[in-house]
Design a protein. Structure first.
Length: 309
């Protein structure tokens, strides 16, 4: 008698700050949505939008359009917080995510500032047990600076620094936390050649190609690179292709230290290290294998849906 293996998709909620538009804007949330929609390992139950790479009033219609074009039918897309000052204030997004967690356990992909997700955990702490894990794009090692290409001024830990208090709530909730930080993304560029492959799928190229070309030009002007870094897609890959993403469990803390971007004053940092003494731990992803980029391209272009096929 033959054995039949049933593979169940992971139910996920995606919290995003998309900016797929002309003018050199960060497209990584839009790429991560496309990647997730084309991955059979995932069942995207809903999308919430938060401020970040674009203002909420800009990012929300972009997310709706991506879901309409490329997502499952009738996928809910909800607007959330417009700034970190709205942490704890109920929005359509926080209410919808809370209702979804009441129905079933979910994994949350927190791809922008964590305000929407933290609002749910702050206002409904009982829902922490319904949250399988949160995969966030944030974090660093002590002393690590975020520098690309020719260097110059280090970059912010963007999602964390726009709402550090939200990450304090995530840590206090004890929900399992996975970090797909700058470190792993900065090792995995999408080249100009990769981006031009979008032209091979007209429906996708119509929406993505010109914004991506603009972003490559922006990267060249600022960093001297004819490539971009698909930050948020590494968070999705942790769920779809964990065999290609190397991570380790480490203590984590939020610590105030001198500001490495402004050069004066202090700011909070989200730090992981075996030398940290903390009750909190996170799974810190630091290296992707050579198979990641080819697989990402196949997923985004809709020519491959599972890591085993």
């Amino acid at each position: 008698m033959s054995l039949v293996w049933l593979v169940f998709a992971i139910p996920v909620w995606m919290d995003v700050d998309p900016a797929v538009m002309r003018g050199g804007h960060e497209p990584d949330d839009g790429l991560a949505l496309l990647q997730a929609f084309h991955s059979e390992e995932l069942d995207v139950r809903g999308v919430s939008v938060v401020f970040g790479n674009s203002p909420l009033e800009t990012g929300y219609p972009i997310a709706r359009e991506i879901a309409r074009r490329f997502g499952p039918a009738n996928l809910p897309v909800l607007p959330g917080a417009a700034s970190g000052r709205e942490l704890g204030e109920e929005t359509d997004a926080s209410r919808a995510l809370a209702e979804a967690l009441e129905r079933e356990e979910l994994t949350i992909l927190a791809l922008g500032p964590a305000t929407n997700v933290a609002t749910v955990l702050k206002n409904h702490p009982e829902l922490a047990r319904r949250t399988r894990q949160i995969v966030a794009v944030a974090g660093r090692r002590p002393g690590q600076k975020f520098v690309l290409g020719k260097g110059g001024t280090p970059l912010m830990d963007f999602n964390f620094e726009l709402d550090p208090e939200a990450f304090r709530i995530l840590l206090a909730s004890s929900v399992p936390l996975v970090l797909a930080p700058f470190e792993i993304s900065a090792k995995t560029p999408l080249t100009e050649e990769d981006i031009e492959r979008f032209a091979s799928v007209p429906a996708i190229a119509e929406f993505y190609l010109e914004p991506l070309r603009d972003y490559v030009s922006w990267y060249e002007e600022r960093f001297g690179l004819r490539a971009i870094f698909p930050f948020d897609t590494l968070a999705v890959a942790h769920l779809t292709s964990p065999e290609w993403v190397r991570c380790e469990e480490l203590p984590i803390e939020i610590k105030t230290l001198p500001d490495d971007v402004e050069g004066e004053g202090v700011k909070p940092y989200l730090l992981v290290s075996p030398d940290i003494s903390s009750a909190h731990r996170a799974r810190y992803c630091h290296t992707a294998s050579a198979e990641f980029i080819p697989d990402l391209m196949r997923r985004m272009l809709g020519t491959k849906t599972t890591s085993g096929s």
